[in-house]
Design a protein around this ligand. Structure first.
Ligand SMILES: *Cc1c(COP(=O)(O)O)cnc(C)c1O
Length: 404
């Protein structure tokens, strides 16, 4: 059996064609392809606005920058995420406050979040960054209620949840990133994610104010919108007719170059057309894993099967995790662990976080393993994965690894 990774991108002939069309055109960047992708993305998730950027990390940074945070102000996030989620807070001098996860969903526990906020001083906290870890969308309606009570913004880290949703109190389907509850949602198009643009990211929002800010921050804080100009037309060079010259643009705030290229946007746009199909495949794979593992004694806990889940990852919790991981590698099955708890990374330990601060997250980490999950995983490959995992426990193959 050839190597089976835990995740993999899928590029079609149409994707390649879309990219080569851009390469043959007059513009490689800023030619209109990005805007087209943004519009398609808004249609897909149901948001008013989308802003494409260079990657998911720059999306997080722009979101924080647009929402404002002052030195020392606190933001709550989860320890079970990719480090970029917490790091963006630090880039702006904010203080990261981790809140433990729920043992069953692996998502940020909202009761713990409320507890933190109840005992805080007014203005101590400015925002919350929930993560739809593995593809399960947190109940953003509930989180919004909490956030409003304490006047906090919400950045939804939706890097795992493109196409996922939650059902609100009224029974309405609320797609991840639709802008109804979070101030800003962010996505990544790294090849391991649901759709890819090589590297790439997206922010979605329903606020026109934030949208305009994000657009400006993405390109050095520069605006070409005459209606917003602060310098007068004469200073701008319109000495003859007191009108702004068409070359004129203004840098008004401190921004970045976090732009996406048209090459990337063309790939992203083409990939988006297949997003639903890919998601259906992920769900089928999840269902098969669920059926295969649900009555197995070696499974401590698994994410079950949920129709609202976007299944970026399929995680099970097991004993003898390291031995299983090593064994599967000898069978050319490459699993992965998501994630080592953020608060125990040396950088965050230096800031004062330590072992046993987040008991649920730490216990989860000891047992979790992400098994292969990507849209083109074949039934045959999946059966091979399942067979090897079951055999490992049936034949107690971990015994060898316990010997000194
Ligand atoms: C991938 C990912 C990011 C960062 O996205 P990049 O495009 O790799 O910068 C942030 N948060 C989560 C949860 C992710 O999975």
């Amino acid at each position: 059996m050839k190597t089976i990774p835990y995740g993999k991108h899928h590029i079609t002939k149409r994707d390649i064609q879309a990219v080569t069309e851009v390469l043959r055109s007059d513009f490689l960047t800023q030619g209109g392809g990005v805007e087209k992708f943004e519009n398609s993305f808004s249609d897909y998730v149901g948001s008013k606005y989308s802003v494409a950027v260079s990657n998911g990390t720059s999306a997080l940074q722009l979101a924080i920058c647009a929402l404002n945070i002052k030195q020392g102000q606190k933001v709550i996030t989860t320890p079970i995420t990719f480090v970029a989620t917490a790091n963006c807070i630090r880039h702006y001098g904010g203080e990261v406050v981790f809140s433990d996860i729920q043992s069953d969903t692996y998502l940020m526990d909202l009761d713990s979040v409320e507890e933190l906020l109840r005992s805080a001083k007014l203005g101590e906290y400015v925002g919350i960054i929930p993560v739809n870890f593995s593809g399960k969308v947190i109940n953003l309606a509930q989180l919004r209620k909490i956030a409003d009570q304490y006047n906090l913004w919400i950045i939804e880290d939706a890097c795992h949840s493109l196409g996922g949703f939650f059902i609100d109190d009224k029974g309405q389907k609320q797609p991840s990133g639709n802008g109804q509850f979070a101030d800003i949602s962010i996505f990544s198009f790294h090849p391991i994610k649901h759709i890819t643009s090589g590297e790439g990211g997206m922010l979605t929002t329903n606020s026109q104010h934030l949208y305009k800010k994000l657009i400006q921050l993405r390109t050095h804080g520069i605006t070409k919108d005459m209606a917003c100009f602060r310098n007068n037309a004469i200073l701008a060079g319109g000495i003859e007719d007191n009108k702004y010259p068409s070359w004129y643009m203004e840098m008004q705030v401190l921004g970045f170059n976090y732009r996406m290229t048209d090459i990337q946007a063309a790939l992203g746009e083409s990939q988006l057309k297949k997003a639903d199909e890919k998601l259906e495949n992920r769900k089928k794979i999840a269902k098969r894993y669920f059926e295969a593992f649900k009555n197995q004694p070696f499974v401590i806990s698994q994410s079950g099967y949920f129709n609202d889940h976007a299944y970026h990852l399929y995680i099970i919790e097991v004993e003898h995790r390291k031995a299983l991981y090593d064994f599967l590698r000898t069978k050319n099955i490459y699993t992965q662990i998501h994630y080592f708890p953020c608060h125990l990374m040396p950088y965050y330990q230096e800031l004062g976080w330590k072992e046993n601060d987040m008991p649920n997250a730490e216990n989860y980490y000891r047992h979790c393993i992400s098994v292969p999950m990507f849209p083109t995983l074949t039934i045959k490959e999946q059966k091979y994965v399942i067979k090897n995992i079951v055999e490992f426990y049936d034949k107690k193959l971990y015994i060898d690894s316990l010997k000194p």
